[in-house]
Design a protein around this ligand. Structure first.
Ligand code: COA
Ligand code: AMP
Ligand code: ZN
Length: 445
């Protein structure tokens, strides 16, 4: 595996035939070996040492894959509580990069990477892109945010590893994206699906027909939930095949799971992760085919290995073999969340982040409503918030206030919501737990 990609060959469907076509038995044997190595390695982290101590466990207790279930779950809260570097399993001087989640109101999460982590992450992404038919002759354009968003550098290094000419266009500026696509002969784009609707709208305005005027043939779409219907619409709009890509910063970033040409679920790479699906209430495993929460254990991560990490994404196992010849588990598209995190424009947002910002403004009352919608320009968020009565009749003051609220929200959640200040008492008051988010996008279908 360390030599992944060395056997590059234009005639081969696999980036790494040995690993991608392992039998189930071979996958499980490799997983057990790597699980034991990972657990041992985790003992370098003060966090996991005390977790094991509390559970009365030692690494020697993990002798079979089933023994994984003895290990306590790790949660996003654990990463927040140990912010910034508390779960690291190597000294900081061995780390070469970090990525961090958005937000300043609580402790964000930080993910560290060693040189080897970055190299293997690039291999994972390259493996996925090769799987859907991309080759060094392709031109790959990445419309992810760079910087802290893992979709930027993650796809960049993976696409370069595969050997493609890679265009780090980054997010935004659709006119420039289209110019690059035309001028550089871009054949593949990575984008969040909601953005592709906007891109097509601008192409239409500019009289650009993707079938006639571009060489586009493949999209990697991911970083946010989307329905099968949405994928088909994108494919028809552009005349391009769109493959679902699942990533998560805590696991590395993009590259964790990706659809093959069969488009029958995401192959999660089991030489890198152990996949469990558990009931989010009981935390007991659910049978294949049933929806539950995705729990991932890293098998090769060096800087910050994570054991039984609760992703909070809801999905199910579709199968463990595939006509493509790969036996790595096939996972359904994401079906929901077991927490209240929203993913909008590829950005993760918790309602509490919005609430904390709103509460910093004394002019605002405590009742608010977040509405997520889709139109031809992509996805949007509207934040309606009630005013304290005192301030309701000063129109210019209200406009300035709305702008200040919008700016403060943008700083926190990294995207720009519409802000509507409304009269006190005008938003629905719910009995008991307030409904704060109305998602009209129907992404989880
Ligand atoms: N990806 C790429 N471009 C996007 C986008 C997205 N998810 N969402 C919006 N855009 C484009 C808009 O179309 C607009 O460009 P245009 O007017 O030339 O068409 C420009 O970015 C600004 O969009 P707007 O919606 O006004 O800005 P915002 O402040 O709400 O959002 C972004 C800011 C786009 C920078 C922010 O949503 C972002 O960085 N998203 C990318 C997240 C990402 O890469 N996630 C992957 C994680 S692995
Ligand atoms: P991040 O850590 O910022 O990369 O965000 C990870 C989260 O984005 C996941 O836990 C999912 O909720 C969401 N996500 C990523 N890829 C997909 C996808 N292909 N489909 C649905 N949700 C996704
Ligand atoms: Zn397959």
């Amino acid at each position: 595996m360390e030599n992944e990609g060395i056997k590059r060959d234009y005639g081969c469907e696999y980036f790494n035939p040995e690993v991608e076509t392992l039998s189930r038995g071979e996958i499980e044997a490799l997983q057990l070996k790597r699980l034991r190595e990972t657990v041992q390695h985790c003992m370098n982290s003060a966090f996991y040492r005390s977790r094991f101590e509390e559970a009365g466990l030692t690494p020697d207790d993990i002798r079979t894959l089933d023994d994984l279930r003895k290990i306590p779950f790790t949660t996003k809260q654990d990463l927040r509580d140990t912010y910034p570097f508390g779960t690291a399993s190597v000294p900081l001087e061995k780390c070469v990069r970090l990525h961090s989640s958005s937000g300043t109101t609580g402790n964000p999460t930080v993910i560290l990477h060693t040189d080897r982590d970055l190299d293997e992450w690039a291999n994972q992404v390259a493996r996925n892109l090769w799987m859907v038919g991309l080759r060094p002759t392709d031109v790959f354009q990445n419309s992810s945010g760079y910087g802290m968003f893992t979709g930027g550098l993650g796809f960049q290094y993976g696409a370069e590893k595969l050997g493609m000419l890679t265009v780090p266009a980054a997010a935004g500026n659709s006119l420039r994206q289209i110019k690059f696509i035309k001028d550089f002969g871009t054949t593949a784009v990575h984008a969040v699906p909601s953005y592709l609707t906007r891109l097509k709208e601008v192409m239409d305005q500019e009289g650009v027909d993707p079938r006639r005027d571009t060489k586009l043939r493949i999209f990697a779409i991911g970083a946010e939930p989307h329905s099968e219907e949405q994928r088909r619409r994108i494919e028809e709009m552009f005349g391009v095949k769109a493959y679902n890509s699942f990533g998560m910063s805590e696991m590395c970033g993009p590259g964790v799971g990706f659809e093959c040409k069969e488009q029958n679920g995401l192959h999660f790479w089991e030489d890198y992760y152990i996949v469990e699906i558990v009931d989010p209430e009981t935390l007991e495993p659910v049978p294949d085919g049933e929806i539950g929460e995705l729990v991932l254990t890293t098998l090769r991560r060096e800087a910050m290995p994570l054991l039984r990490y609760r992703t909070r994404d809801l999905t199910r196992v579709l199968g463990r073999s595939c006509p493509c010849g790969r036996n790595h588990v096939r996972i359904d598209r994401m079906r929901g969340r077991s927490d209240d995190m929203m993913v909008l424009k590829g950005v993760n947002i918790f309602p509490i982040q919005i609430e904390k910002i709103l509460m910093q403004f004394p002019e605002l009352a405590s009742n608010y409503l977040i509405t997520l919608t889709t139109d031809n320009n992509g996805d949007n968020m509207t934040v309606e918030v009630e005013l304290e009565e005192l301030f309701t009749d000063d129109y210019v003051g209200l406009q300035n206030l709305a702008k200040s609220v919008q700016r403060a929200l943008k700083d926190e959640i990294l995207l720009t919501p519409y802000v509507k200040l409304v009269a006190k008492g005008s938003l629905p008051q719910s009995e008991g737990k307030a409904v704060r988010v109305v998602d009209k996008r129907s992404v989880y279908k």
